[in-house]
Ligand binder design. Structure first.
Ligand code: ZN
Ligand code: ZN
Length: 368
């Protein structure tokens, strides 16, 4: 079954840090059982892609970057069982979809222990070398989906630009809030007002958090956080007592119910132990790069009955929650405004240096 007359697809290939992405053409694949071909309508470049382009994050190229992708199904395999979305509904040509950043095998130890995001044979979109399959990243006209990819249909009401980050920041946040058993009636602290922090604030607000205190080093980002559901903001960098006093004020001196660490700052992790109430929970999400060691006092953790959880990647259900959340939140919170620039694949080459210097939260890339 096929819905495209094209036999080749354009892709912007990353060859190394600070080098222009090279536009190359690749043959569209012959689909095997469980695979899907999607014509990309939009992808967004996220912080991890920018780290790769800058050379701060080693990625073995050549590769096609970009993992936040929306597109329409143009081809399904002729053989094998029907391909379904995460709800078990059969997919059809023309369906508008997004999918998890990684595909899992379904049979290894971790897949069988409800940790598909840590599958032994994990296949990550936007990370594979060209030799293993060029059309596996977002900066291309088509994406070739592997078997075991959690695919979710995207409703018409959700724009490409808002829907693209669903499979990265939004699903990760949905996973973090799942681990926290939701935010209803909770006082919440969020460290970091980037895409993860803003999304956490908005999701905590829609779940009925009683207070949402967001911290950041940037005043500008804190102003934006108020548009995403924050009830209080605290600028970091001065006296740490300012933050602890602010939390005490909003929690009758008890401390916060839950803290989400979205910035990766070891200091924020250390301070969270003091900010939490007895029986509080710290959810670590932002520390996805090497940092100095943190200094935590085990006695304090034990006496305060604290719980500390790490969240990395997410499960398919989190992606479904992410799409549902964005479908309603897009009218309440200015997610559209987080996309600072929109480019075509061809424009991307000449614009790359400007992009690296700008402070956009997301950059949208359309194939043409
Ligand atoms: Zn991302
Ligand atoms: Zn597996």
């Amino acid at each position: 079954m096929t819905g495209t007359s094209q036999s080749r697809a354009l892709a912007a290939v990353f060859h190394g840090p600070r080098r222009p992405l090279e536009l190359s053409e690749f043959e569209l694949p012959e689909l095997r059982a469980g695979e899907v071909l999607v014509e990309i309508t939009c992808s967004t470049i996220c912080g991890s892609d920018l780290h790769t382009i800058r050379g701060d994050r080693p990625v073995s190229g050549p590769t096609v970057l970009g993992h936040e992708i929306i597109g329409r199904i143009t081809q399904l395999p002729a053989d094998g069982p029907p391909v379904t979305d995460v709800m078990g509904d059969r997919l059809a040509i023309g369906d508008r979809v997004t999918w998890a950043v990684a595909a899992s095998c379904g049979t290894c130890f971790f897949c069988e222990h409800e940790l598909p995001q840590k599958c032994d044979k994990l296949f990550k979109y936007g990370h594979e070398t060209v030799e293993r399959g060029a059309l596996s990243g977002g900066l291309a006209e088509f994406c070739h989906l592997a078997p075991g990819t959690a695919i979710v249909k995207v409703p018409k009401t959700l724009s490409d630009r808002v829907a693209c980050p669903a499979n990265c920041a939004t699903a990760t946040v949905a996973g973090a809030l799942r681990i926290a058993r939701g935010c209803a009636d909770k006082s919440v602290v969020i460290h970091g007002a980037g895409m993860l922090g803003l999304t956490t604030a908005a999701m905590a607000a829609t779940q009925g958090a009683t207070s949402i205190t967001v911290t950041d080093l940037s005043e500008q980002r804190l102003v934006r956080a108020m548009d995403f559901g924050a009830t209080h903001t605290v600028h970091i960098g001065e006296d740490p007592a300012v933050l602890s006093n602010a939390i005490r004020d909003v929690t009758d001196g008890r401390g916060a119910d839950v803290a989400f660490e979205m910035s990766g700052s070891p200091t924020a992790i250390e301070e969270s132990v003091d900010l939490l109430r007895i029986g509080g929970q710290l959810v670590l999400v932002g520390s996805v790069f090497p940092t100095r060691a943190t200094q935590l006092f085990p006695e304090q953790i034990i006496r305060k009955l604290l719980r500390i959880d790490g969240v990395h990647n997410y499960t398919p259900i989190d992606l479904t929650v992410a799409i549902e959340f964005l479908s309603t939140a897009t009218t309440q919170y200015p997610f559209e405004s987080l996309v600072g620039a929109e480019l075509t694949l061809r424009e991307l080459n000449t614009a790359i240096e400007g992009i690296l210097d700008a402070d956009h939260i997301r950059i949208a890339v359309r194939p043409r």
